[in-house]
Design a protein around this ligand. Structure first.
Ligand code: HEM
Length: 488
């Protein structure tokens, strides 16, 4: 309905031709034909064919007719869609450099201006990504420190009643706070609660139709009232918050003795002689810090929340995880990352949760760095590409009965854990999520700590629990639900 209303408004604007090439604002150099796809209407492109339901499902349906590599027009702008595991692998892995550019999204473009890791390109992106990977390793990712952090936060979760949304957001954000700011916040701290509200509201609006439409028709939506305007107010507040944190760090730091990610970046800024291209500037630090929060909080906490909802719906699966935890870990100590290899069923359930929910269903857009060919199609440099990650997870050539939740997708006949290359919640290739290791550790540690001690009970009947996501496109969020934890 909303999309139909917006479409009518857009038609009124048609004569004024306000729209310019968008979902990014950067023009895509188009030489030659792109892969075929449904016939577009002027200005609206294929929006009406994509319908008013879920964009990811509509694109998968179109792939049935147009194949794994096809073009749709989101408004005036063409986007090449990669659908199914084979197309994603052939592009993102087998042509990793070619597909490593980031496709612009207006909503982020206006805030980041191509700065930070998520939305930069070329040498700046390479330099910042390498720096961040190194700095994050130093401050906990991939080491026992993360285990300690997650366990500290889990301890705060335990104790009914349990509000999954707020508490899980707090816990997950605190892990990133520790890495970036060097400290955690109390769950009642008003500064912290404000920070979380800003991030989660932005994620929600960006994942809504308003966010989708803003990316497609920025110059029209700019003049229409709606929640999308809050995105930019929230961004401005986040910028102030992060800048204040940086100032506090400046006042208390010992150069050369970094306590956290911000100190590490400030140390790098001191070495101006090595930074001839000026990649290490305060504005870049603000954007990079924002990227780590934005990339690392909603994605992880949505996964945890969705996972709890799925386990409420399938209590027999939760019971099997608990039996495995009892047998392997017992109740005298907390589960640790070292236990993961000895918990095949639990590991399979966590993979299946991530597969089933596809928390970032459309991935993040890529842009081609040189011209290339893919599956017999010529694709010019700059082509805007949508890697439809959910399509790998729903690919019937890779998973049996892919629309159902079934942990056997990640178990062999002997009941051992079995990975699957089509498991791609973090995307593939050179731009793959740089927090994947941290996220997987968090997901494992939070789930096992909760399930080791508690039985999950839904408020209401488990058969009535709806697993349909609340918002789609940027992120799949679980519908609101309540649960009670009862000590085992
Ligand atoms: C369940 C949790 C998570 C999921 C599902 C997820 C998923 C993704 C996806 C799909 C991308 C886009 C990759 C591409 O361009 O194709 C991405 C990028 C990124 N993620 Fe994550 N992520 C998660 C957790 C995290 C965490 C914990 C952090 C921070 C430590 C993080 C930081 C980033 C950053 C900085 C990028 C940009 C990488 C680049 O452009 O080079 N993510 N993530």
């Amino acid at each position: 309905m909303l999309i139909a209303g917006i479409a009518t408004l857009l038609l009124l604007f048609l004569l004024l031709a306000l729209a310019r090439p968008s979902w990014g604002g950067r023009a895509t150099p188009m030489q030659g034909a792109l892969p075929p796809g449904p016939t577009p209407l002027p200005l609206l492109g294929n929006l009406l064919q994509l319908g008013s339901g879920r964009l990811d499902h509509a694109l998968m349906e179109l792939s049935g007719r147009w194949g794994p590599v096809f073009t749709v027009r989101l408004g005036p702008r063409p986007a090449v869609i990669l659908c199914g595991y084979a197309a994603l692998r052939d592009a993102l892995v087998l042509q990793a450099d070619t597909f490593s550019g980031r496709g612009a999204m207006t909503v982020f473009e206006r805030f980041t201006r191509g700065n930070g890791i998520l939305f930069s390109n070329g040498q700046r992106w390479r330099t910042l990504r390498n720096f961040a990977v190194g700095a994050l390793k130093e401050f906990g990712l991939g080491t026992r420190t993360v285990e300690e952090r997650v366990l500290e936060e889990t301890a705060c979760l335990l104790g009914a009643p349990f509000d999954p949304r707020r508490l899980l957001d707090n816990a997950v954000s605190n892990v990133i706070c520790f890495v970036v700011f060097g400290s955690r916040y109390g769950y009642q701290d008003p500064e912290f609660l404000k920070l979380l509200d800003l991030f989660s509201e932005n994620f929600r609006i960006m994942s809504s139709r308003w966010g989708e439409m803003y990316n497609i028709f920025p110059s029209i939506l700019h003049w229409l009232p709606g929640p999308h305007h809050r995105i930019f107010r929230n961004f401005a507040e986040l910028r102030v918050f992060i800048s204040e944190q940086i100032q506090r760090h400046r006042q208390t730091r010992q150069p050369g003795e970094p306590r956290d990610f911000i100190d590490c970046f400030l140390d790098q800024m001191d070495q101006v002689h090595k930074d001839s291209e000026r990649h290490f500037q305060e504005e870049t630090l603000v954007m990079t810090t924002h990227n780590l929060f934005f990339g690392g909080t909603e994605t992880t906490s949505n996964t945890l929340r969705y996972g709890l909802l799925i386990l409420l719906k399938y209590p027999e699966v939760a019971a099997k995880v608990q039996a495995e935890l009892d047998a392997v870990v017992g109740r005298m100590r907390a589960p640790s990352l070292e236990d993961r290899g000895r918990l095949p069923y639990t590991n399979a359930v966590l993979h299946e949760i991530q597969r089933f929910i596809s928390v970032v269903p459309l991935g993040l857009p890529r842009a081609l760095t040189p011209d290339t060919h893919l599956h017999g199609h010529f694709l010019p440099k700059g082509t805007f590409v949508i890697p439809l990650l959910v399509s790998a997870h729903r690919d019937p050539t890779q998973f049996k009965d892919p629309d159902s939740f079934n942990p056997r997708n990640f178990l062999n006949n002997e009941g051992e854990f079995q990975s699957n290359d089509a498991f791609t919640p973090f995307a593939l290739g050179k731009r793959m999520c740089l927090g994947a290791g941290l996220a997987r550790s968090e997901i494992f540690l939070f789930f096992t700590a909760i399930l080791q001690r508690f039985c999950l009970l839904p408020v209401g009947s488990p058969t009535n629990l709806d697993l349909t996501p609340q918002c789609t496109s940027l992120g799949n969020m679980p519908p609101a639900f309540q649960l009670r934890l009862v000590t085992l």
